[in-house]
Design a protein around this ligand. Structure first.
Ligand SMILES: [Zn+2]
Ligand SMILES: [Zn+2]
Length: 85
């Protein structure tokens, strides 16, 4: 991957993603400017995957899972991930 801009389906919506797409951190109350590149993605797959919700977050609201195949996760998802059996 490494596309500047592309569309993804997320929760029944079509959104534009990619590192060329300016966005705001999706954490409520945070207005940090980010882009919709994979560096800001929760999970590893645009649109969401098994562990990630597919949201885009700033560096303060994305946490390293430190596990292969999981990637960085937002606060909500990392909490769920750590709680799994
Ligand atoms: Zn998430
Ligand atoms: Zn943020």
């Amino acid at each position: 991957m490494g596309y500047a801009s592309y569309t993804v389906h997320r929760n029944g919506q079509t959104i534009t993603a990619g590192y060329d797409v300016a966005a705001t951190c999706e954490q409520p109350g945070c207005d940090a400017s980010i882009d919709r590149g994979l560096a800001h993605l929760c999970g590893q797959t645009p649109g969401g995957d098994e562990h990630g919700c597919g949201g885009y977050y700033c560096g303060s609201h994305l946490y390293m899972s430190l596990e292969d195949g999981v990637g960085d996760l937002c606060g909500k998802c990392i909490t769920a991930f750590k709680r799994r059996p």
